[in-house]
Design a protein around this ligand. Sequence first.
Ligand code: FAD
Ligand code: NDP
Length: 311
Amino acid sequence: MTTRKVVIIGSGPAAHTAAIYAARAELNPLMFEGEMAGGVAAGGQLTTTTEVENFPGYKEISGPELMMKMRDQAEHCGAELLMKTVHKVDLSKKPFMVYWDKETVAADCVIIATGATAKRMGIPGEEKYWQKGMSACAVCDGALPLFRNKPLVVIGGGDSACEEATFLTKFASKVVLLVRRDELRASKVMQERTKNNDKIEILWNTEALEAKGENLLTHVHIKNNKTGEEKDIEANGLFYAIGHTPNTSFLEKQVECDETGYIITTPGTANTSVSGVFACGDVQDKRYRQAITAAGSGCMAALDAEQFLVD
Ligand code: FAD
Ligand code: NDP
């Protein structure tokens, strides 16, 4: 069995940035890209979107192309990439053990960059209209021309839903927020901001049953779960904001996570509760969840790992 200085698990912007920095620091990193781990292809969440318009350096680039460029750069810098999913780690002693298929590698440092997966509801029409009006990221997709001055629908009652509904009012003619209960889960300040926004209409006790349209989404079929009333409402956009699932189950609680499974890092660093194990990207960030913040924290993780190996 070989021992590597640095093993990186994940393949989104955080993992690739960590790989670029670790390779340039001559740490010979081995990166596990995953095989549809967490339901996402190697390359991470951006492989599931079309245009990315907010990653510095590119006015417009497709998500898959951006990730391919990051992958090329990581390989060019000397990182070794394996398109395999890590199913288990042993972080109880050093060197750490990383397991995939029937194989094992030992590692002095582990960088976890396994991301998070946006929850979907699986309503009829979802497959047909995904990225044709339907999305799980308003901040990413909301500014696209297809949503300009159009009625949009957001589903959820948490801080994300309130934040995304508010954000979408910049572009939409109107935003309808579908809340399945008669109250919001969001923080008080977000609730007030949402309720006081003239462009947002909240439909309480309301669920989405179906996405409808032609080539693009045009309507959402909704039901009031108190009265049983059903109807179609106009919607050129339907945004899920019903939470994310961080991809941390393979860690089997060996690293401290919060109550929703996100890895806890020491603020301002990529340090986790286990010395020598670092985390970056969406797997430790439930607030910003952007490619550029993931990449930035990947840089931090590699620099923290480099320092750890020197100390
Ligand atoms: P992710 O991109 O989540 O990638 C993690 C990778 O790790 C995945 O490929 C996964 O399969 C792999 N993995 C998981 N578990 C394992 C394992 N056990 N072993 C090996 N591999 C594993 N952000 C923007 O800044 N601009 C945008 O325009 C934008 N658009 C978006 C559009 C959509 C539809 C979505 C869903 C997100 C969008 N985002 C956008 C958000 C952005 O994609 C994420 O913030 C970013 O990808 C997070 O990067 P990450 O490196 O943390 O991990
Ligand atoms: P949450 O888990 O807090 O909220 C998810 C919301 O989606 C809930 O209102 C839930 O309803 C609703 N929901 C879940 N499943 C369904 C479904 N199948 N159909 C309809 N509605 C559904 O997730 P968030 O992403 O909003 O927030 C995650 C964390 O990130 C929180 O701690 C939040 O505070 C934080 N955050 C902070 C921000 C900030 O400070 N600016 C911004 C964004 C997030 P119900 O309430 O009935 O369970």
